[in-house]
Write a protein that binds this ligand. Structure first.
Ligand SMILES: [Zn+2]
Ligand SMILES: [Zn+2]
Length: 370
């Protein structure tokens, strides 16, 4: 099969023929339809997030089930599925209380070594060299994934675009539903309206937020945010965005502010933008040494909640997300703004790096898959 291999910082993705992986116990073999283009892959490509190489990136994919291990019963060959970037081990304290986002083995075993939970990769080069896996390694024609990370789609959900139900959309859903705890009639600000931020806007609208203020420094992204449900836009280049948000909310600030960039100044903006007793939810990731300035007295006296939100409680959240999409409350067609092929995957990450992707880009691996 063809796969996009990343050999290390400063080298472009190379398309190479490698052996097709085989599913082991508890696993599913999937023919990839499409794979989302996410900042987390880009962090690895840029060396901001150290990762074992050579590796096959791509961590949110949709496709058709080809084969399942005998112990897998919830999907079968021919099913249309999405596979999530968190691979819940199903056996740790986090997984046992439904917090797949806190799966201990996902970080300690999978992300540390680029292997599945038996300590081995499923991918090798033709000469036998092991290839580290990044989640299910979706930038390839086929992939294997643990069944805990594979979710059937409903017939109303389009297969290509469904790949973004593996990372971008559930990340937004979980942030809005759990850490943001957004309720109908509440006011929301979203700081940084690229891939995840634009998803949060749609999701906040689906949860009934009455006002959604989008903040970005690019007018094209603010215009796109309006089409997704933002009621107001603030250009971060026109002065202090937190002051603008307070002005738009009668001096109070919003109930919930989401930060989707992982930058010190925008985390500060989110914190300064919420009302007394409100919630600031940080979704953007940053290099591990980066810290943010938080005014301690405001945190204490105004009882502002400061939360982090990573990924989602996949096994309970993704089936809900699939239903929201099937009912048309969240439009994945509108969120997917650019399409690339496996051969041009590098161009997708270059465009993402230049800030040119206004929503989510996807790599269409099999254009004929429906
Ligand atoms: Zn991602
Ligand atoms: Zn776990």
């Amino acid at each position: 099969m063809k796969a996009a291999i990343f050999e290390g910082v400063g080298t472009p993705l190379i398309i190479e023929e490698i052996p097709q992986p085989q599913p082991r116990q508890g696993e599913v073999l999937i023919k990839v339809a499409a794979c989302g283009v996410c900042h987390s892959d880009l962090h690895v490509i840029k060396g901001e997030l150290p990762y074992p190489t050579p590796t096959v990136l791509g961590h949110e994919m949709s496709g058709i089930v080809i084969e399942v291990a005998p112990d897998v019963t919830h999907v079968k060959p021919g099913d249309r599925v999405v596979t999530t970037f968190i691979l819940p081990c199903g056996n740790c304290p986090g997984c046992n209380r439904g917090r797949d986002d806190l799966c201990e083995n996902f970080f300690a075993v999978h992300r540390a070594k680029g292997v599945f939970y038996d300590g081995e990769t499923r991918l090798h080069r033709a000469d036998g060299t092991p290839l580290a896996m990044y989640s299910m390694s979706g930038l390839a024609e086929y992939c294997v994934a643990p069944a805990t990370a594979v979710f059937p789609l409903l017939p109303e959900v389009s297969l290509q675009e469904a790949c973004i139900l593996g990372c971008a959309v559930p990340t937004a859903y979980s942030a809005v539903r759990h850490q943001g705890d957004v309720h109908p009639g509440q006011t929301v600000a979203v700081i940084g309206v690229g891939g995840v931020g634009s998803n949060i806007i749609q999701m906040a609208a689906a949860f009934g937020a009455s006002e959604i203020i989008a903040v970005d420094i690019r007018e094209d992204k603010l215009a796109a945010a309006h089409r997704l449900g933002a009621t107001q836009g603030v250009n971060g280049l026109d002065g202090d965005p937190a002051a603008a948000i307070r002005e738009l909310t009668g001096g109070k600030g919003v109930d919930v502010a989401f930060e989707a960039l992982g930058r010190p100044e925008t985390v500060g903006t989110a914190f300064e933008s919420v009302r007394e007793g409100g919630r600031a939810v940080v979704v953007g990731l940053a290099p591990t040494s980066v810290t943010a300035p938080i005014e301690i007295t405001r945190l204490v006296r105004r009882s502002v909640g400061l939360y982090g939100s990573f990924g989602a409680r996949m096994r309970t959240d993704v089936p809900e997300v699939v239903k929201l999409v099937a009912r048309g409350e969240v439009s994945i067609e509108q969120l997917v703004t650019q399409r690339f092929t496996l051969d041009t995957a590098q161009d997708a990450y270059d465009a993402l790096s230049r800030g040119e992707i206004t929503g989510r880009a996807i790599v269409v691996v099999d254009p004929s898959a429906k």
